[in-house]
Design a protein around this ligand. Structure first.
Ligand code: COI
Length: 353
């Protein structure tokens, strides 16, 4: 690694892989043998390491526990049918984690730590990547404050780790979503665009309430008027009204999804009508009532492209029956074929490990 020499690697004595059933995975519950760790202390980045995955001693006074100074990323490594392994647009995740870090007053992560850390971890644990089409290795870079001090100010020291988890679908079963009007996920000038840990905690209450009514996720609306649809929290959202695909523009309230951006670019490349513009709840519900709301789907690294089964708003509920030429299925296929190296990659998105 630039300036720091090679990443120091301490391998596990015995891999857990032979005792792990990769065919039966609940998302985010199984972790590979190793993890990447690098600390920022005394104003500089310390030598990075790959160590066995396991508990990390932390003091109860660590600032991350008190003030939530933590950001993260979600990405995946894909194995093709020859056993070659690829990351997908990792530079987008590097840019985003550093935008998130900036917003939370954290120093930027050097490109070499992020990229070479990812590649080294994926390489050492490459046998953990399921080879089944649709499965992958979910990668979770996390960056958090580790000063031990009760003081509501930015930490001086931080830890950056990357953990990895063999993965299949994030969502199982039908996904129904509910338009939320009371609580808000983000506001102007806030941290909604950042992948800040606290943004997710802020969603749990409303989501748990919606779950009791049979929904899996919330559609967040703008905090000021609740008139505009924004995102689903674990996913960005696309609405197909008639034959046009519409998604909200990113802003300081909406996460700049890598999958979202890839879907827009794929749709445009294939000359599908796609509009990036603000969209009101009324427009969505009027289209539903007029039978013009053909599809809603979510996009995200964990969820990939996820067709939504139904949408609830106040007392109304609409079930969606996607047409045969479902945009969600088409775009998901195009995206996955690039990710799994099944077709040429005209965008240069694949990065071989
Ligand atoms: C991802 O899509 O990778 C995310 O980080 C969302 C998370 C809720 C799983």
């Amino acid at each position: 690694m630039k300036d720091k020499g090679p990443i120091k690697i301490t391998r596990v004595k015995d891999s857990r892989l032979p005792h792990t059933d990769l065919s039966d995975i609940k998302f985010g519950t199984i972790f590979t043998d190793h993890m990447f760790v690098a600390d920022f202390r005394d104003g500089k980045w310390q030598a990075p390491e790959i160590v066995p995955y396991g508990p990390m001693p932390m003091e109860p006074a660590a600032k991350v526990f008190h003030y939530g100074q933590a950001v993260f990323e979600g990405m995946k490594a894909y194995k093709d049918e020859h056993g070659d392994v690829f990351l997908f647009r990792p530079e987008m995740n590097l840019q985003r984690i550093n935008r998130s870090a900036w917003r939370l007053a954290m120093p930027p992560i050097p490109e070499a730590y992020f990229m070479e850390g990812l590649k080294a971890l994926v390489d050492i644990d490459r046998d953990w990547i399921p080879s089944e089409y649709g499965a992958s290795l979910y990668l979770r870079p996390v960056y958090f404050a580790i000063d031990n001090e009760i003081a509501a100010s930015a930490s001086g020291s931080y830890r950056f780790i990357i953990i990895a988890s063999p993965a299949k679908s994030y969502y199982t079963g039908e996904v129904k979503v509910k338009i939320e009007e009371r609580f808000s996920r983000a506001c102007n000038g806030g941290v909604g665009f950042a992948k800040a840990a606290g943004n997710y905690a802020a969603q749990f209450l409303a989501t748990e309430r919606a779950k009791k009514e049979g929904y899996k996720q919330i559609i967040w609306t703008d905090s000021k008027t609740h008139e505009f649809v924004e995102e689903a929290g674990t996913m960005n959202l696309f609405f197909r009204i008639g034959d046009t695909l519409i998604t909200a523009p990113t802003s300081d309230r909406i996460l700049h999804g890598v999958t979202r951006d890839s879907i827009i670019r794929l749709a445009r490349y294939h000359k599908m009508p796609v509009e990036v513009r603000r969209l009101t709840v009324d427009e969505v519900m009027d289209a539903a009532r007029a039978d013009q709301l053909k599809e809603i789907f979510g996009s995200g690294t964990a969820a990939t492209v996820l067709p939504i089964k139904g949408i609830g708003y106040r007392e109304e509920y609409y079930e969606l029956n996607p047409p045969e030429n479902s945009y969600a299925n088409l775009l998901k296929q195009m995206l996955m074929d690039i990710q799994y190296n099944r077709v040429p990659d005209p965008f240069g998105w694949r990065v071989k490990v």
